[in-house]
Design a binder for this molecule. Sequence first.
Ligand code: ATP
Length: 530
Amino acid sequence: MSLRVSEVCERLLSCCRTCPFVHRKPGSDGSDGPDGSVVIPNKHAQTETPGPRALPGLPAPPRARVYTALWDYSARTAEDLSFGAGDQLEVLDQSSPDWWFARALTGQFARREGYIPANYVAPLESLHAERWYFPDTKRMDAEKLLQAEGNQHGSFLIRECESQPGELSLSVLDLGVVKHYKIKRLDNGHYFVSRRREFTTLQELVNYYGTTEDGLCVRLTHPCRKAIAPQTHGLSYNTADQWEIPRSSICLLRRLGAGQFGEVYEGLWNSTTSVAVKTLRPGNMDSQDFLREAQIMKKLRHPKLIQLYAVCSVGEPIYIITELMTHGSLLEYLQKDKGEFVAMCDQVEMGAQVAAGMAYLELQNYIHRDLAARNVLVGENNICKVADFGLARVFKAEGDGDYELDDDDERVYEVKQGTKLPVKWTAPEALHENKFTIKSDVWSFGILLYEIVTFGQTPYPTLTNAQVMQRLRANYRMQCPANCPKRIYDIMMECWKDSPVDRPTFETLQWKLEEFYDVDINAYDDTRNY
Ligand code: ATP
């Protein structure tokens, strides 16, 4: 029997009603955490790179020369090397952080040489090369991964434990439900799940429980299927630094949509790689301004941010080349779904993903300025990534800078002082005093949460932009939407605090949403589970 993720989450939700929550203390915003809370370091700066890293308490592994490929990779340029998952590669030059020069030792491409994306390989025979090792995987993500298609009874993974950094957990799929076991370490470095039996390595532990259940709910059968390969850092070795690319290397395939900046197309780079191409309407942006901003945007890398790959800024229109997201904008995605497949637990997770991307921007002291569901993009498995960060700053409004209000509710952006503002998403101090800070982004995040729980309803549905401005001055806030859990509405209201300093940080928003469905560690009947 296999359960849909949403069904499992519904079960967890009903379980939550009777269980105390596991709480964590907020980080930097200084608000009080519940009694007995635990401080957990924020992991939001993590990248998708599975490179060698020491297990807690162990020295960093030496730099290896021979690596194992974790995913298939198809060469995108003549300088690249193709390889298949499991192939062995000898790395000859690691001077660039993201693209290494390597020779294939095994597999279909053996003896060929070329550049490889560094985040697609792990040192041979290292823990990171094991198909069942999923570092940086949260408990909730482990459940989603194991419940995805292709896994079966006994599929498993080992991950670092979120609630106790440095500890490891074994997550196993048992008749559609994921169980989690703590893997403990002894002073002598040995591992165990049950004190009855110790192992010198995790590999030994996995091999043993692959032959017998010996107290586990099920014998370990197959490593959990790895999700989609990570984004490479940049399109190729050459574009990592040289990111102005010739317009002729881009072929526009089909129009995906249009926004205030211009049109967006699905495109093919170098006849090999699918990308999204944002074309900037001429006259809307000073190209020097844009290029300065793009230099910064390119350095912002996080799994929950859309990656800027390259630009074509010679001639018009300017092209911005980014990663392609299969399901387009979160706004359209939710409006189309209307609750058919997306359940409340998915919505909470979407909010958590956006908060994670924004927490990274917060850490980088970068302000988005236009956070809204239309600027979040959705990929496979409900993966959400924040897009269009920083673009609003360099966007020139058509207009003379006078404040214009339009009673047409459909119009999102209003012209004010040479910029266009999405009134219903913009914090009062940004609207009235042009004060954009990460805290005005937090206000917008509250509105985005409203969009998420209402499946893409326009905020303040009965009010015009002008009325919203007027009401906000009188401290008006939107009511709790139908079917919205009170705790989610409470988060929205926190984001809409009048004084920016009273609003939470994105770091806090991230953990609040990530742990929304956390259950007490004793929720399962097996006391060794947690
Ligand atoms: P605005 O620019 O006014 O904020 P918007 O974000 O909807 O509005 P665009 O960013 O220009 O406008 O995007 C238009 C549409 O193109 C989106 O709604 C989305 O469906 C699609 N799109 C944009 N970027 C991508 C991408 N990287 N991958 C897939 N689809 C995309």
